[in-house]
Design a protein around this ligand. Sequence first.
Ligand code: CA
Length: 229
Amino acid sequence: MTPQQPSVLLVEDEPAQREVLAYNLEADGFAVTSAGNGEEALMLVEEAAPDVILLDWMLPNVSGIEVCRRLKTRPETRNVPIIMISARSEEVDRVRGLETGADDYVIKPYSVIELMARVRAQLRRTRPSTVGQRLEYQDIVLDSETHRVTRNGKELKLGPTEFRLLTTFMEKPGRVWSREQLLDRVWGRDIYVDTRTVDVHIGRLRKTLCAHGDKDPLRTVRGAGYSLG
Ligand code: CA
């Protein structure tokens, strides 16, 4: 997984369908974790920390609906958007799917293009920077398409790591990120970086954000990590 790449957990028991979807998602820039059944999905979800979950309704043993219900009751996964995929088209199932907490619903056979559009629609809500959206927090504006950051209208020069750190903070103001979580998000999982490196880059980010005498928007939470506001 490369940093800032949006990630999908794909839960589908039919290998051929799983492969086609994984291929298309990866071609579209997603990091994909695949699960062939519900139990596996429930086990993988925390490690994978997906931005969106694509969940087949008809799964062996634990059904997609049950997986959805469980994910929506866990505090760690409650806010991850779930798109249910089903061969059933009856209105009653649609209602049941949404009642279980699914955020969207796609009926088989679906077009891959439509499914991708649905995934991106969920991302616009949860990971706006990955779909080129502008992020704003108080007087700070970050444009993920042009990589420009301004505060009070004045342009700030950030290094690539500081830019990714700020993006992470601005996507979820108020959320406390541990150093390990920031390492995963900003540097990527496959790279070994000391957690003290995080402090160094936070220091640089702070310095740039306060360069024009503005107040420090970042908060150090003792024993927990950092948050914006
Ligand atoms: Ca199935």
